[in-house]
Design a protein. Structure first.
Length: 604
């Protein structure tokens, strides 16, 4: 028995490791540059406690545009700090750590499904499919994508200990469920789905007692997870300066709700086919139920549910519920995402366990009908196809150019993919190719603000201020203000305001900066509006804007304290100015402005 078990375990570990091994040749891409390469906090182990009291982006950068975020991932940042202490900035070592974490997750999938089904064969096939699935490349081959695999190292043991508690009745085992659940939350908030999964299992999956007893257990056991949940939410709330699970929706709730069937089917397609994975899956929001974009996906989802019901398998239902429960947070949060990032491969990492289990169960049924050899051959073919797709997709994360070239190749009609590739080419000094892709994006979507923004950026960087302004003005004229476009339009207005300042056209600049914050009231808009008024000597108006920004920016955002200190100083509010200057020095003692601030404090 032990020899057979080690065969299963070794096979799963080998598949997970080998299918991801070519990612070791990848470099830093996308968020890696900010969260790792230029991140100062991760360079000191003594900063680990800081990761529990701030958000991911305010931890990694001082940019006011991204420091207000709802990404609270202290375990993720702790991992990066430890990684840096071990490996410095050697990309291959960071990628190896990702591969090892994924390998551990695959082994835990085997343990979880074996505990659930008591069938090593089904557990092996499930874990093997999970180990090699190409949809996981984003989570494994991209260093900053490790959040979900990291969470799985704690979420899966939490569920395993729950299953063992059910079998043995030993209360200490559920204590481990509570502990691992809390740690999983600090990796990613998706772990909040675990109490719902346990409630489902007690009511529908395990039926050893009557309905009344099942309902009682379905309330009691999840309620034991309430204290760690509350603890996590309180800590998160404090760390995010009053933000819980979003910085405010960008798009209407009904649009997001109507888009769920389309998103669910797209996710199922990504799970079913070993190709088509991409960093971007551009998806338009569904704006009406009386459209094929809603009706066809809705019918498709109903057909999937009917097929699961026809299978008459509690385990198949379990796989479906697992899939949807752990995907639900990403579906609910869609209204906060840009359309090019509405769907992400990495959101499927944990949900994919349910899909892989369903496939393993179907293969098991074929075993009963066609025999072991036929079903084993099907399993091998699927694992090989997914593994080949995974190896290919790993190579897509080699660098930024490769990632976004793949986005364009996967969806050549996506204006956003062309815009993203244009930015990469411009950063690489390939200006002509950058402009070609940006112009292609403009042709594909003349009512999308992003092509105008990127073309304006290119012109401005090349010293062509008039042309840069022209692109922004064209964007304002061409793009209607709708619930979908207004946030990017606000950025267009803000950029135009900043450039009009350079031409000394201050009245027009003020109009656009105020229009920007009217369309989208936000900290970065108030911050820039405050700077505009400060530069014009309109100090009372500057103070109003800076104070609005401070109310929403993280306390550790040093720049707002400097600006408020300078504004209070001008207005003669000496005590307030002194307090803000001192807070700035506490947060940024080595900043370029610190010498001047110290000198000013000495004179006050």
């Amino acid at each position: 028995m032990w020899n057979k078990r080690w065969v299963h375990v070794t096979a799963v570990a080998a598949l997970a490791f080998l299918a991801s091994l070519n990612s070791l040749w990848n470099g830093w891409v996308a968020d890696d540059l900010t969260q790792i390469v230029t991140s100062v906090p991760i360079q000191k182990l003594t900063n680990i406690p800081l990761s529990f009291v701030t958000s991911v982006w305010s931890y990694a950068t001082a940019d006011s545009m991204v420091t207000v975020d709802a990404y609270y991932r202290p375990l993720f940042m702790t991992l990066f700090t430890i990684n840096y202490a071990i490996a410095g900035l050697a990309p291959w070592a960071w990628h190896l750590i990702n591969v090892l974490i994924h390998t551990g997750a695959a082994l835990l999938v085997f343990v979880t499904i074996k505990e659930l089904t008591s069938r090593p064969g089904i557990a092996t096939v499930t874990a093997a499919l999970f180990a090699v699935h190409p949809v996981h490349a984003e989570s494994v081959a991209w260093v900053s994508g490790i959040t979900d695999p990291l969470m799985s190292l704690f979420l899966l043991p939490a569920f395993v200990f729950y299953l063992r508690f059910r079998k043995s009745g030993r209360k200490a085992l559920f204590g481990f469920t509570i502990l691992f659940y809390l740690v999983a939350l600090f990796a990613k908030e998706t772990a909040l789905a675990l109490p719902l999964l346990i409630a489902y299992c007690e009511i529908f999956h395990f039926r050893g007692i009557g309905l009344k007893g099942r309902l009682k257990r379905a309330v009691l056991l999840p309620s034991l997870l309430v204290p760690p949940t509350i603890l996590y939410i309180v800590i998160r709330y404090i760390a995010l300066n009053g933000i819980l699970f979003g910085t405010g929706p960008h798009y209407p709730f009904n649009f997001a709700l109507m888009t769920i069937p389309l998103a669910a089917l797209k996710y199922l397609k990504l799970m079913s086919l070993p190709w088509g994975q991409s960093y971007q899956h551009y998806t338009e929001f569904v704006t009406s139920m009386a459209t094929t974009e809603f009706l066809l996906p809705f019918v498709g989802v109903c057909m999937v549910i009917a097929a699961i019901a026809f299978a008459r398998s509690r385990m198949m239902w379990f796989g479906a519920v697992w899939f949807i429960l752990f995907l639900a947070p990403a579906l609910v949060a869609m209204r906060q995402f840009d359309r090019e990032y509405l769907l992400q491969d990495r959101y499927l990492y944990i949900p994919s366990i349910g899909f892989c289990l369903a496939v393993a169960l179907m293969i098991d049924r074929l075993n009963a009908r066609w025999g072991f050899r036929a079903s084993a051959a099907i399993a091998v073919v699927l694992i090989a196809a997914f593994g080949a797709g995974n190896i290919r997709q790993n190579s897509m994360w080699k660098d930024g150019q490769t990632i976004f070239a793949n986005c364009v190749a996967t969806d050549p009609g996506s204006a956003e993919a062309h815009v993203s590739l244009a930015r990469i080419y411009f950063d690489l000094g390939r200006v002509r190719e950058a402009e070609e892709h940006a112009l292609t994006a403009l042709q594909l979507a003349p009512d999308n603000p992003n092509p105008y923004l990127v073309l304006s950026f290119f012109a401005h960087k090349n010293g062509k201020l008039d042309r840069s302004i022209e692109y922004l003005e064209r964007g304002i004229a061409a793009v209607p203000e709708t619930p979908i476009t207004r946030f990017k339009l606000a950025t267009v207005h803000l950029n135009l305001a900043l450039q009009r300042v350079q031409t000394k056209n201050l009245d027009v600049a003020e109009y656009h900066v105020l229009k920007s914050i009217e369309i989208w009231p936000r900290p970065t808009g108030w911050f820039h509006a405050g700077q505009f008024y400060f530069d014009q000597g309109r100090n009372a108006e500057a103070m109003t804007m800076f104070e609005k920004a401070r109310a929403s920016l993280p306390e550790r955002f040093s720049a707002i304290h400097l600006k408020l200190g300078q504004t209070y100083d001008r207005l003669g509010h000496t005590e307030n100015a002194r307090n803000e200057y001192q807070r700035f020095l506490e947060l940024a003692p080595d900043a370029a402005e610190s010498t001047a601030v110290k000198a000013r404090l000495a004179r006050m």
